[in-house]
Each structure stands twice: as structure tokens, then as C-alpha cells.
Design a protein around this ligand. Structure first.
Ligand SMILES: Nc1ncnc2c1ncn2[C@@H]1O[C@H](COP(=O)(O)OP(=O)(O)OP(=O)(O)O)[C@@H](O)[C@H]1O
Ligand SMILES: [Mg+2]
Length: 333
């Protein structure tokens, strides 16, 4: 069942386009990652979806209700954990959830049950009497999650739910999110700029950059893509950096040749000798360029020191998809 339908939303602030014509859908039972670097437009999109701010144009439909014309109905069905969830730190956990349930118009007869359920789903029941201000950050985040689950929630919007937590808390909150929807009735949209988080939690990924949706795919496909798209590392001696780069960029099948130091990519073998040029070549899918690279090096009278096929990590795929438009030397884009 379709829980969220986002149709061509755009948000313009003065001269700045924060969100640029984004469309996607989320079905019940799905956990979708909303990925993008700082300032990409994640929070803005989420605030539009939850009805906190209106889009400049476009439509959002939540569980069959239009955010613009049926905002009350929509708010009943959305649980939202904002970027920095404001909690009342002097209140006890349970007290706070009662207060929030009232505020959210949860019918009096259902309140008890909903609060118990929310506390149990976020495993915070045994902390019900604790003052929120004395809870650890991870537990406070669970209170925020509990709060988000209080209404008749069909769609859960989590804006960077693990930011600021320590590694243990991050692990706990992630596994909690995975287990939140055992009955697969909820749709969950979770924003992050942390890739392992997406790999661990999400079945599907939306990547936005500069307000635009640049990729929409399953996590599995994205990982596969990172495996097949070719990457070759080559170390050459005897030529100038410019000459070597230019020559490599013109080898058939090579899309881009860039210096290893041009990018913050982790390389297991960074060491190289004086006068050696280390390059990475991004190649067309399923094309093995190594023989052609070797031939070119011989033709130019240079010396080949290393030539190896490598795998892109998801981190690098993401980097490629979200980097600014200035393309490196030889980019055929
Ligand atoms: N109220 C506002 N007025 C003007 N510009 C805004 C406003 N809110 C957001 N922006 C701009 O819109 C763009 C998108 O911001 P947004 O907060 O949605 O990004 P984000 O993807 O959530 O980033 P982060 O990862 O840092 O949380 C940014 O350039 C931001 O400066
Ligand atoms: Mg944000």
C-alpha cells in the first residue's frame, strides 16, 4: 500500500532552490534511505512532507491524503523525528509521552495503550519514570522515536536519527529502527549522510544533490553497481603527469583519469616512488582496459610499475554521484 507519494516538489528560498522537482513514492513495509551531503535538501523535503512548510510547487500525498488540503489527517498519520528533537528535559519519560499524546489528539481511551506500545517498541519501558534530562543521548533519541510513534502512524520520517550518538548508541538505534516495523505496515523514510547506515537499514535509497534527486535504486543494485563499474589503478614512470593523464584518458573504454591525490579516496597502497605517476581510471562497465593501458605505456616509451583492477566502494559511488559538477580531466560527460 502506498503511504507516501511525492510529486514534483520544489522549494525556492529567494534565489536559492533548496528542493528541485523531486518525485518518489514509499510503500508500506519499506525503509527508504534519503541520502545526500550537507545542504542537499533532505530536511527541507522532510519538512514539506510533514506539512511544516509548504512547497513552492508540487504535491505530497500521505496515506491517501493531500498535505495541503487535509493537513490534519496527514499529521495524524505521520510520525516525525526532527533533526534536533525538542524534548522537555524536566519531565519524566511517561509524563512527556502523555503530554505529547494529548497534544496529538490521540483519543483519551487509546492513550494508555498507545503510550505502552510506543515505549515497548522503542525499548524504553523500564525508563518510564526517569527524568528525560538524565537520560543518555541514545535513550533520549528513543523517547523522540516513541513520540513519533504515538499517533495512528503510517509514515515515519526520521531526520538523521543517529547524529551525535556514540558508536554503541548508533548500533542500538539502528537495530531499533530495523525492528520497528515487524508487521511491515509502516513506511519509513530516514535521512542520513552515512553510507553504512543505509547499507544496514534501508532496502531502497534515494540520493539527492543540490536539491535534485540523482539516484533512486535498491541498496542491492547500488552495491552491485559499485562492483561492476570498473576502476583501474595504474602507476607509470618516465612521463610528465600531464602527458600521462592525457594519454590514459584517451585509452578506449576509459571514462575518466584522475590523480590519486585529487580525491579523498582510501587507497590500500599509497606508497610510490619519486617520478611515478599514480592514476585511477574509471572505465565503462564490463570493459577491461588493462591491455590497452599496457600497450599505450609501451607505445609512449614509459615504464609500467603497477596495473590493477580495483573495486569502487559504495562510498566512492556516492562521492561520484554527489560531487560538484566540475569534472576531472578527461571526463567524457
Ligand atoms: N529557511 C530557509 N531559508 C533559506 N534557505 C534555506 C532555509 N532552509 C534551508 N535553506 C537552504 O536550503 C538548502 C537545503 O537545506 P537542508 O537543510 O534541506 O539540507 P540538508 O540536506 O538537510 O542538509 P544537512 O545534511 O546539513 O542537514 C541549503 O542550502 C539551506 O541553506
Ligand atoms: Mg538536514
Amino acid at each position: 500500500m502506498r503511504m507516501l507519494s511525492v510529486e514534483n516538489i520544489t522549494k525556492i528560498y529567494g534565489e536559492r532552490i533548496a528542493v528541485n522537482d523531486i518525485s518518489f513514492t514509499v510503500e508500506a513495509g519499506e525503509i527508504v534511505g534519503f541520502l545526500g551531503p550537507n545542504g542537499a535538501g533532505k530536511t527541507t523535503s522532510m519538512r514539506i512532507i510533514t506539512g511544516f512548510i509548504p512547497p513552492t510547487s508540487g504535491t505530497v500525498v500521505v496515506a491517501g491524503h493531500d498535505v495541503r488540503t487535509e493537513s490534519l489527517e496527514v499529521r495524524r498519520h505521520i510520525g516525525y523525528l526532527p533533526e534536533s528533537a525538542p524534548l522537555y528535559t524536566e519531565m519524566r519519560v511517561e509524563e512527556y509521552l502523555e503530554f505529547r499524546a494529548k497534544l496529538k489528539d490521540v483519543p483519551r481511551r487509546q492513550r494508555r495503550k498507545r503510550i505502552e506500545e510506543a515505549m515497548s517498541r522503542t525499548r524504553i519501558t523500564e525508563r518510564r519514570r526517569q527524568i528525560i534530562g538524565t537520560l543518555s543521548k541514545g535513550f533520549r533519541q528513543r523517547v523522540g522515536l516513541s513520540d513519533a510513534l504515538l499517533g495512528d502512524v503510517r509514515l515515519l520520517i526520521l531526520d538523521e536519527p543517529t547524529i551525535g550518538l556514540d558508536p554503541n548508541q548508533i548500533r542500538e538505534v539502528r537495530s531499533l529502527i530495523r525492528e520497528l516495523d515487524e508487521e511491515r505496515k509502516l513506511a519509513i523514510l530516514i535521512s542520513t549522510h552515512i553510507l553504512p547506515e543505509v547499507e544496514q537499514i534501508c532496502e531502497r535509497v534515494l540520493i539527492i544533490r543540490d536539491g535534485r534527486l540523482v539516484v533512486q535504486d535498491t541498496t542491492e543494485n547500488l552495491l552491485r553497481r559499485s562492483r561492476v563499474s570498473g576502476l583501474v589503478r595504474v602507476v607509470i614512470a618516465g612521463g610528465s603527469e600531464d602527458d600521462v593523464r592525457e594519454a590514459m584518458a584517451t585509452v578506449p573504454g576509459v571514462l575518466v583519469a584522475y590523480g590519486e591525490d585529487d580525491r579523498q579516496v582510501t587507497s590500500p597502497h599509497a606508497a610510490r616512488g619519486v617520478g611515478e605517476i599514480a592514476l585511477r581510471l574509471e572505465t565503462e562497465e564490463d570493459v577491461d582496459v588493462r591491455d590497452a593501458v599496457f600497450a599505450k605505456v609501451v607505445e609512449r616509451g614509459w615504464r609500467l610499475r603497477e596495473l590493477a583492477a580495483e573495486q569502487l566502494t559504495l562510498e566512492e559511488v556516492f562521492h561520484d554521484l554527489t560531487r560538484s559538477r566540475s569534472a576531472p580531466v578527461g571526463a567524457g560527460l
